[in-house]
Design a protein around this ligand. Structure first.
Ligand SMILES: Cc1cc2nc3c(=O)[nH]c(=O)nc-3n(C[C@H](O)[C@H](O)[C@H](O)COP(=O)(O)OP(=O)(O)OC[C@H]3O[C@@H](n4cnc5c(N)ncnc54)[C@H](O)[C@@H]3O)c2cc1C
Length: 230
């Protein structure tokens, strides 16, 4: 999006006026998905002349540089860094979670040690990676498990996590990724198109104007069917 903004709106030239470098502390960039989405994102980055640096563990952020533990430095005007995840202090202090404060649960979202505690979303140790799509899957399971606890005759959905996200790329483009490779599945899809942008736009607006309520099942089933065709 930043590249689009610089090129299309600020009319800057890649490499001459600016350059975007991407770094990760990991061996693999985009390690939560399989080769197909990873290579597609790699190609988009290549086309935009971005350089990827792996095994870069952040040591210091200065006024116009960032330094890494391997002794290297990058000059920059703008550094965007995603910090390590951890739970809010209230949960860290409660000692209900692991060393980062994340709540250990079974796949029905019940705390492993306290049967009267349910958790869903980013706060669970099971949410890997931390994604809204996974939070929603877990939320439905936690709600069903809780209703069962209250004596309701409901089926608790099986826990089948998957990566599903649509990344805006600026302008009319977005990239949809649907993959369950991380969880032992075979789904590994990528779709870079204005249609993905429309889906994201539709979802965002629906959620916003309906105060956070999910779109109707029909729309979600249509999305599943579309992803199967990709
Ligand atoms: C920049 C960014 C982009 C993202 N893009 C995507 C994406 O495209 N697709 C996707 O699927 N996911 C995306 N995610 C991840 C997604 O936002 C999260 O996985 C999702 O919001 C998790 O939902 P949650 O309900 O578990 O937690 P949250 O949405 O974090 O909700 C937790 C709530 O608890 C509240 N809270 C915290 N402490 C307290 C307290 N002490 N008392 C009371 N309330 C408290 C917080 O204010 C917050 O409202 C993105 C995340 C970020 C940061």
């Amino acid at each position: 999006m930043l590249d689009y903004y610089f090129t299309k709106e600020k009319l800057l030239k890649r490499e001459k006026d600016y350059k975007i470098d991407v770094f990760t502390p990991g061996e693999i960039f985009f390690e939560d998905v399989g080769d197909k989405p990873r290579n597609a994102i790699g190609k988009i980055m290549q086309d935009r002349k971005m350089t990827l640096f792996k095994n870069k563990i952040l040591k210091e952020i200065g006024k116009n540089f960032i330094a890494f533990e391997d002794g290297t430095k990058m000059e920059c005007d703008l550094a965007i860094v995603i910090p390590p995840y951890s739970a809010p202090k209230v949960l860290l202090d409660s000692h209900l979670g692991d060393e980062k404060g994340f709540i250990p649960t079974d796949t029905q979202m019940r705390h492993l040690d306290y049967a009267n505690i349910f958790a869903a979303g980013d706060i669970t140790a099971l949410a890997q990676p931390k994604l809204g799509h996974i939070a929603i899957i877990q939320g439905a399971i936690a709600a069903a498990a809780f209703m069962r606890e209250l004596g309701e005759d409901v089926t608790i959905p099986a826990y089948k996590p998957e990566i599903f996200c649509i990344m805006n790329m600026g302008g009319h483009k977005a990239t949809l990724i649907a993959s369950d490779i991380l969880y032992g599945g075979t789904k590994d899809k990528v779709f870079h198109s204005p249609l993905a942008k429309m889906m994201k736009w539709g979802f965002d607006n629906y959620l916003y104007y309906n105060k956070g309520h999910m779109p109707p099942d029909l729309a979600l089933e249509a999305t599943d069917k579309l992803v199967k065709f990709l």
